[in-house]
Design a protein around this ligand. Structure first.
Ligand SMILES: [Ca+2]
Ligand SMILES: [Ca+2]
Ligand SMILES: [Ca+2]
Ligand SMILES: [Ca+2]
Length: 465
């Protein structure tokens, strides 16, 4: 080998290497810009009342709770302004209008106890509370409270009022639902998920086994007096006769049968008088809201709705108008979807748990079934056409989302900063992959420069170039 050609090769190699390095730098800088934009420019926060974005004007008061790291309850007036805001509890879950009381709500909230003391020997512990607040005066009273000895999965995510004295509570920590008289504090009825479900199924026992996240007292129709219970980790909504126990024939969904439901939230029962029996429910891990109609002793899917942005919805209320009020937790919004599938009203929120339109009653009260209304289904793929063909990060986000298991992906979104969305995750993935590739290539170059040759089946001698 002669010297000039060797020197020329070295120069050529250096140019090639520096070009490649430049490409890596550009990729990292662009991706970092996306992350920085998300962290600063995104700007969505509900941490204080001043931060809360205005809502679009609507035909009533809307109350939204949040249970991420910012635990909030916010009431929007019909003109979209904030009528009431509180963030004094760690997390807020179910909120319901109080019947016959204008602008008064009841909600379930949680305080995490981080320090050792008389209410918690081994922190962290939890205080669960049901409170009633007059949104116009801010006056708040404690209806019922209880301490629990741990923090994880120790919350009450739903409460349903039966009458003036009694409420039904979905108790995640004990995997039970119970009726308590809040005057006497005597528990009058209790159903334990272990009576029907094996501990080997669902989530890990005892840390987060059934995750009973919703409960509803059915007031009328064939199932009047039954209690509907959502076992998130069993992917099932079940119907319990208070006298005789679970009514197997009515169970909706089956464990790990993700085509039907995948770790659902907030099912609402629509009775026969409104075109049911039907159940409108957030199919959270599948990223859609849907409805099932009871016919010939079986549940049939009668409606589903999702769009590209929807990610981990956790509430859907059918309103008397025929619209559906949807809480899209990782889509960071609460919105109203019309019968033909359009978004009619919207407000941004960082990690919303559930929403209520106060004037329309508790959850889906007076809302008609999808079948009765002739609702049009719509799924995310339908509006794929409108997406830009040059949306590289959007495409990458799809790839990341398709590779990472849904539960893990939603878990990552839940624990990451509020501004971390799909694009930011894709950008971080690009930075990590670029970093790894760059490091690997630099290492290979070093080895090569120091005369180490790694033989591989595709190794070719310089002379063959
Ligand atoms: Ca509610
Ligand atoms: Ca409720
Ligand atoms: Ca609901
Ligand atoms: Ca609701």
């Amino acid at each position: 080998m002669d010297q000039p050609s060797r020197a020329a090769r070295r120069t050529r190699s250096l140019i090639t290497r520096n070009r490649l390095r430049l490409v890596f730098v550009v990729i990292v800088v662009l991706s970092a810009a996306v992350v920085v934009h998300g962290a600063s420019g995104g700007g969505l926060s509900t941490a204080t009342e001043e931060d809360v974005p205005r809502a679009e004007p609507s035909d009533g008061h809307t109350v939204v709770t949040e249970s991420g790291r910012a635990g909030t309850i916010t009431a929007y007036a019909p003109d979209g302004s904030v009528l009431y805001y509180d963030n004094s509890h760690t997390k807020y879950f179910d909120v319901d209008p109080v019947e016959g009381e204008e602008l008064t709500v009841e909600y379930a909230a949680t305080d995490t106890i981080h320090s050792e003391g008389p209410t918690c020997e081994a922190p962290p512990c939890t205080r669960n509370v049901i409170e009633r607040t007059d949104l116009s005066t801010g006056e708040t009273e404690v209806i019922y409270e209880r301490y629990d000895h741990r923090e994880i999965a120790a919350e009450w995510h739903d409460v349903d009022r039966i009458d003036d004295e009694r409420v039904l509570v979905a108790d995640i920590v004990a995997d039970q639902v119970f009726v308590v008289n809040t005057e006497t504090e005597v528990v009058e009825w209790l159903w334990d998920a272990q009576s029907e479900f094996p501990v080997e199924g669902g989530g890990p026992y005892p840390s987060d086994w059934a995750h009973i996240n919703d409960v509803e007292y059915i007031e009328e129709g064939e199932l009047a007096g039954h209690v509907m219970v959502s076992l998130r980790n069993q992917d099932q909504v079940v119907f319990v006769d208070p006298e005789t126990g679970m009514n197997d024939e009515w169970t909706l969904g089956a464990e790990d049968d993700y085509d039907v439901m995948y770790e659902q939230h907030n099912p609402d029962y629509i009775p026969e008088s409104e075109g049911g029996p039907a159940v409108v429910v957030s199919d959270s891990e599948n990223g859609r809201v849907q409805e099932f109609q009871r016919e010939d002793g079986e549940w049939t899917r009668s409606w589903e709705w999702s769009d590209e942005r929807m990610q981990w919805p956790r509430d859907a209320d059918r309103l008397p108008s025929g619209n559906t009020l949807v809480t899209d937790t990782h889509g960071n919004r609460v919105m109203e979807v019309t019968p033909d599938g359009e978004i009619e009203w919207e407000v941004e929120s960082t990690l919303p748990y559930e929403a209520e339109r106060l004037e329309t009653g508790d959850e889906s009260t007076d809302g008609q079934s999808a079948r009765e209304l002739g609702l049009e289904s719509r799924v995310a793929e339908d509006d794929g056409e409108s997406e830009s063909g040059f949306d590289v990060l959007g495409g990458l986000a799809d790839v990341v989302e398709s590779i990472v298991p849904h539960r893990l992906y939603n878990g990552l979104l839940f624990v990451s900063p509020v501004w971390m969305g799909r694009s930011e995750f894709a950008a971080v993935a690009v930075i990590v992959l670029t970093g790894l590739s760059w490091t690997g290539i630099e290492l290979a170059w070093r080895l090569r420069d120091s005369g180490v040759r790694i033989r591989s089946p595709v190794y070719r001698d310089d002379s063959e170039e």
